[in-house]
Design a protein around this ligand. Structure first.
Ligand code: HEC
Ligand code: HEC
Ligand code: HEC
Length: 141
């Protein structure tokens, strides 16, 4: 009888621990879960039904003075750096990307609210080599 009770207790503890662990496992793209955005910016900023999140459209809406990039043949964000590079007048892609996605540390920021502000949305980490690279993709407009 005693052993049975102990066994049940052990089962309960194991179940509790494994569910708690499962809940705690962080969702890291390409490491613990499949990478849903292997091309970064352009995999997330897409047209979806009536909504258009593509970067050219968003720039026009939020930064109407932005130079027109519709005709530019861009790999995003790599070729944004031709104007947003270290030695250029406009801010770097690093500052711009981090600023627009983390601007408000509140539930109001959609990138934080819906995408958990994951660094690995734009950065790619190779767990075998430890190398971090930036995701890129051809423009989708
Ligand atoms: C996993 C999804 C995701 C990825 C990847 C992503 N973004 Fe965003 N981006 C968002 C969301 C969500 C917002 C809206 C943030 C807010 O609430 O202000 C946003 C906002 C922006 C804005 C401001 C205009 C707007 O639409 O609010 C720009 C510009 C932008 N992103 C460019 C980029 C660039 C460049 C990259 C790649 C370096 C990138 N994004 C990658 C989800 C993403
Ligand atoms: C032809 C040059 C050029 C290209 C290409 C370009 N930009 Fe810009 N961008 C500018 C200039 C000029 C400004 C205004 C100066 C500034 O804000 O630093 C600007 C400003 C911005 C801003 C507003 C920054 C702020 O905080 O006010 C965002 C966001 C931005 N660019 C995103 C992008 C993205 C994403 C790409 C690539 C898809 C891109 N830009 C490609 C020239 C360019
Ligand atoms: C929306 C896309 C996006 C997200 C999310 C993002 N980054 Fe970045 N990050 C960039 C881009 C674009 C660059 C510029 C890379 C380049 O110029 O080659 C960059 C550059 C960097 C650099 C190099 C330093 C520099 O200024 O060039 C570091 C470090 C970095 N990011 C850390 C992080 C960390 C930590 C997080 C999560 C808290 C994060 N990033 C989230 C897009 C992003």
């Amino acid at each position: 009888m005693k052993t049975v009770k102990f066994f049940l207790l052990l089962m309960g503890a194991t179940y509790f621990c494994s569910t708690a662990l499962a809940q705690q496992t962080p969702k890291l793209y390409g490491i613990t879960i499949e990478d849903k955005y292997p091309h970064g910016c352009v995999d997330c900023h897409v047209q979806s039904g009536n909504l258009d999140y593509r970067i050219n459209v968003r720039l026009k809406k939020y930064y109407p003075d932005h130079p027109d990039i519709n005709k530019e043949n861009l790999t995003v964000p790599r070729s944004c750096k031709k104007c947003h590079g270290e030695d250029k007048e406009a801010e770097t892609m690093s500052v711009i990307s981090h600023k627009v996605h983390y601007h408000k540390l509140s539930a109001k920021n959609d990138f934080i609210k819906y995408y958990q502000g994951k660094c690995l949305s734009c950065h790619q980490l190779n767990p075998s080599t430890g190398q971090m690279t930036l995701k890129n993709g051809p423009k989708n407009w």
